[in-house]
Write a protein that binds this ligand. Structure first.
Ligand SMILES: [Zn+2]
Length: 269
């Protein structure tokens, strides 16, 4: 492969700048690595490109979810070194293993970050709902941070669960069993349990909202590597999503077992 066709840090950073990412930005990145078309040896360049583009005054965030619910037999209690769930891909693990990465102490929806101000954004997560008011995603929204969906769509967009909370959708916190609302955290004195009142549920139906989000001007379309990259400023995204959930509260569920359950419990057709 000729040198100018490799995905260097500079080339990827150029794509990020073309996508509107600037110095001092705070960017929450959901990433499907395979669609980027990068060789394995080039994947570290992605991390460097993000850090170079936002610079020392900016920060890069990522989901570091472990889903340590008591009801999930496959998960173990959260601790700061618990690997991220394989269901959210390899990207979070790449970042989590860096020495400059910090991580919030939340048993189900831990958030990771590298850069300026990350400690303040992540500090209080042990005392909030997963994606609710006061959570890292909410604090980032208030700073009008950016969310990027690279090689994935709105089914991966965790902040839409915050919009569900702000819109007070009727199915918030509806679960078939109490264990699915109980988070487990490993501490030096043993495992502690946290009872939640909200439960970020299924997100497979969220892509149904994309035409509305696009019409509201809340999403821009770019590329990173070979992958499509959706770029959304958090506040307009959440505003448009809250309006959509208020207009049609059950409209963004899918037909999975969980979505059928919450529809049934809430008396939706
Ligand atoms: Zn579903």
């Amino acid at each position: 492969m000729p040198p100018d066709e490799t995905w260097s840090v500079d080339r990827l950073a150029g794509q990020l700048r073309a996508a509107g990412i600037a110095s001092a930005d705070k960017v929450f990145v959901h990433m499907g690595l395979r669609p980027t078309g990068l060789a394995r040896s080039e994947i570290p360049n992605l991390v460097e490109a993000f850090l170079q583009t936002v610079g020392p005054a900016g920060a890069v965030y990522y989901p570091a979810h472990t889903y340590s619910y008591r009801g999930w037999l496959t998960s173990r209690p959260f601790s700061p070194d618990t690997p991220c769930s394989p269901s959210i891909g390899m990207w979070p693990e790449l970042l989590r293993k860096r020495p400059d990465a910090l991580r919030s102490h939340h048993p189900t929806h831990s958030t990771g970050g590298i850069g300026a101000g990350v400690d303040r954004i992540l500090a209080g997560h042990a005392n909030t709902e997963a994606v609710g008011v006061g959570s890292p995603l909410d604090l980032l929204r208030r700073q009008n941070a950016t969310v990027m969906l690279v090689g994935c769509g709105f089914e991966s967009c965790t902040i839409l669960h915050l919009a569900e909370t702000l819109a007070q959708v009727p199915y918030l916190g509806q679960c078939p069993d109490a264990d699915s609302l109980m988070g487990l955290t490993h501490t030096v004195t043993g495992v502690i349990e946290t009872r939640f009142h909200e439960r970020p549920g299924c997100s497979k139906g969220f892509p149904k909202m994309e035409p509305l989000l696009r019409a509201a001007g809340a999403v821009a379309y770019h590329a990173l590597g070979m992958a499509p990259a959706r770029v959304c400023r958090m506040q307009p995204l959440v505003d448009a999503a809250v309006a959509a959930f208020r207009e049609n509260p059950f409209g963004y569920l899918c037909d999975c077992e969980h979505c059928c359950y919450v529809r049934g419990v809430c008396g939706s057709p």
